[in-house]
Design a binder for this molecule. Structure first.
Ligand SMILES: [Fe+2]
Ligand SMILES: [Fe+2]
Length: 325
């Protein structure tokens, strides 16, 4: 007889973390289109061209990385799940990665001209140090001979470490009470990423525990080397983005701090001496994951609101045929 198919049973969950993560992620669901980014146009006009360039290009870089996550990342991790509920959680994450990738386009369409947007995407699709990280991580995702636990490490390093050179800019502006709606989108992304990083890191630790002591040590040696390799590239990427505005050293402190957090998600000891106390306090302030709660129609916020839900009626299906005259 052919292999039978197993229906997912949410009343029998073998790993309570799967259920808790599903609930957390669905509770914090959001969409970019509900954030009033156009309220930031006034702030945007006060920035000089160097700072406008920086904002556009950090978001270009983040678009590329979220694209990798939505197109390759979750599909790769889904091949190595232990539970069916884990698949469901990864499905949720995959869709949200598409929302993240799209949300930068919402920002561009509000702040940038069509010519600027074209230039930003040309840059993202070709810039050497940005492409290095995307190609390195996506290459591991797509290679079936790569150890599944190493794919989880790549995922956590990407999300808890490599995104942060980009996140620095909106958090910096938020700390200066500028571009608050743009920053709201970034904070919603950060809130998601912090759950993703913890969850995938936890699944990594479960897998690692199953291995011999020798294999565990080999994995640790490998992951610290891999982190050094990524940091080396990240330093160059940071110089490229930030030298012109003079923020490079501050950003490097911030990314080393986040590299330690990525290691923490994986159950490993920190590598760098940098702690939260070393990071620019204005940026640290912005990173606290609570969101400002925006009302859709005004900037006076009391938090991101979920849509009002009502039952569908037959009349909801009376959609006009677009070809009808
Ligand atoms: Fe993301
Ligand atoms: Fe993520």
């Amino acid at each position: 007889m052919a292999k039978k198919y197993k229906a997912i049973n949410w009343n029998q969950v073998s790993d309570a973390i799967d259920k808790a993560t599903w609930e957390k992620l669905t509770e914090q669901f959001w969409l970019d289109t509900r954030i009033p980014v156009s309220n930031d146009i006034g702030d945007w006009r006060t920035l000089d061209t160097d700072h406008q360039w920086l904002v556009g290009h950090v978001f270009g870089g983040l678009t590329l990385l979220d694209t990798v996550q939505s197109e390759q990342g979750m599909a790769a991790l889904r091949k190595d799940v232990i539970t069916q509920h884990e698949t469901a959680v990864l499905n949720n994450i995959q869709f949200m990665e598409s929302v993240h990738a799209k949300s930068y386009s919402t920002i561009f369409s509000t702040l940038n001209t069509p010519e600027e947007i074209d230039e930003i995407f040309d840059w993202s699709d070709s810039e050497e140090f940005l492409q290095n990280k995307a190609v390195r991580i996506a290459g591991m995702y797509m290679d079936d001979t790569v150890d599944p636990l190493k794919k989880k490490v790549a995922n956590v390093f990407l999300e808890t470490f490599l995104f942060y050179s980009g996140f620095f800019t909106p958090l910096y502006y938020l700390g200066h009470n500028k571009l608050n709606n743009v920053a709201e989108i970034i904070k919603l992304i950060l809130r998601d990423e912090s759950v993703h990083g913890t969850y995938i890191g936890y699944k990594f630790q479960l897998g690692l525990k199953q291995r011999s002591e020798k294999k565990q040590q080999d994995m640790k040696d490998w992951l610290y080397n891999f982190l050094y390799e990524l940091y080396d590239n990240e330093e160059k990427y940071t110089h490229l983005l930030y030298d012109q505005v003079g923020w490079t050293e501050e950003v490097l402190t911030f990314i080393r701090y986040n590299a330690n957090k990525a290691l923490m998600n994986l159950g490993q000891d920190p590598l760098f001496p940098d702690t939260a106390a070393d990071v620019n306090p204005i940026v640290m302030n912005g990173i606290s994951t609570s969101t400002a709660n925006h009302d859709f129609f005004s900037q006076v916020g009391n938090g991101y609101r979920l849509g009002q839900v009502e039952a569908m009626e037959d009349s909801d299906y009376n959609v006009k045929d677009p070809n009808e005259k």
